[in-house]
Design a protein around this ligand. Structure first.
Ligand SMILES: C[S@@+](CC[C@H](N)C(=O)[O-])C[C@H]1O[C@@H](n2cnc3c(N)ncnc32)[C@H](O)[C@@H]1O
Ligand code: SF4
Length: 332
């Protein structure tokens, strides 16, 4: 019901053929994941585009810590023509969601042109942003055909975000994203109070993936009564806010089955048409060319990774990831 309410607020153009194609795509991806098929026949209806390697923040916990803002950042900026070339590629999805990602996607000069093009092609459009540039671009954002903004909650920026958010009005649905860790657990009260204050439609709570640069530690399910915590926020805020909780990590057990659906359900592409199996893998790992071959959804790397998952072998770059043994809230 909550998803339906959000969908209505998005004012998504009703086109039964597109809906049917998306539903078919999602069911196909789900089925392929359950069967652990190593090859896909169709592209998943979910395209994530790395628009830039620039960012106006420098978070120590970031997946891309040490890789952002390279001297040659121009080489990584996606432009409109690269974007349309990617959409034309035979292994790029033709329906579903396009997510504009980075770095900080609002730093990309062609973002609003790409948004318009994506909407022209009837995609559902979303961005993930730290929100620092909402105040600067609120007019463009109001007019942009943007269906969903995932706004990361960073407490050090709230003053600036609170100036920008009211300027947006009701033009886009906001999903407030909070990455929880051992030392951030106490911030949950503030996160929900912020969401309520700004009539935010959706809150997503995910677990941090530890990296070498930050001292933030993943929250293990055994360390706290997660159900109690979830129930508390659900009963207090669940009537007005759709709360999506990622299941927290459990300590790896050798017999546990790997759950992550990412190698089946997402196509991740950068401006050169190179692909990556997962948004948490280093930026330097993008390879291949989606625009040159219709096999890129079945690249040798992806086929091997899917095969590993089938055999319950953790790929080395997935060690410590919060989705290994936990369910993505989208599928729960
Ligand atoms: C890489 S950022 C890019 C978009 C934008 N700059 C932002 O921060 O929202 C995308 C999302 O990944 C999350 N993220 C970054 N590093 C993470 C980590 N180590 N573990 C879990 N999530 C992380 C961020 O909080 C953000 O919600
Ligand atoms: S998490 Fe987002 S805002 Fe922070 S450094 Fe990474 S890309 Fe930038």
């Amino acid at each position: 019901m909550a998803y339906f309410k959000i969908f209505r607020r998005m004012d998504y153009p009703l086109n039964p053929v597109i809906y049917l194609k998306i539903i078919f795509g999602l069911l196909y991806v789900r089925w392929s994941h359950i069967r652990r098929s190593s090859r896909l026949r169709f592209s998943p209806p979910n395209l994530v585009l790395l628009l830039t390697s620039r960012c106006n923040k420098d978070c120590a916990f970031c997946h891309y810590e040490g890789e952002l803002n390279p001297d040659q950042w121009q080489k990584d900026e996606m432009n409109l023509s690269q974007f349309t070339q990617i959409l034309e590629a035979s292994s790029a999805p033709k329906v579903g969601r396009i997510c504009f990602y980075g770095g900080e996607p609002l730093m990309n000069r062609d973002l609003f042109l790409m948004l318009a093009e994506a909407k022209k092609r009837k995609f559902f459009t979303s961005i993930i942003t730290n929100g620092l540039m909402i105040e600067k671009y609120y007019r463009e954002l109001q007019q942009a055909p943007l269906d969903l903004m995932t706004l990361s909650y960073y407490p050090e920026d709230l003053e600036k975000i609170e100036r920008g958010l009211p300027l947006l009005g009701n033009s886009t649905v906001i999903n407030l994203s909070f990455i929880v860790s051992q030392n951030r657990i106490k911030q949950l009260d503030e996160v929900f109070a912020f969401a309520e204050k700004h009539s935010i439609a959706m809150v997503t709570i995910e677990n941090i993936r530890e990296n070498q640069a930050s001292n933030e530690k993943t929250l293990y399910r055994e360390d706290l009564n997660l159900k109690e915590l979830k129930d508390k926020y659900q009963s207090r805020y669940g009537k007005n806010i759709l709360i999506r909780w990622s299941d927290f990590n459990s300590k790896p057990k050798s017999a546990a089955k790997i759950q992550c659906p990412d190698f089946w359900d997402t196509v991740l592409v950068n401006n050169k048409g190179q692909t990556s199996p997962c948004c948490q893998y280093p930026l330097g790992d993008y390879s291949g060319d989606l625009t040159q071959t219709n096999l890129s959804i079945n690249s040798s790397e992806l086929v091997e990774l899917r095969e590993n998952m089938r055999q319950n072998i953790i790929p080395p770059k997935c060690q410590g990831c919060h989705y290994l043994y936990a369910k993505d809230p989208l599928y729960s």
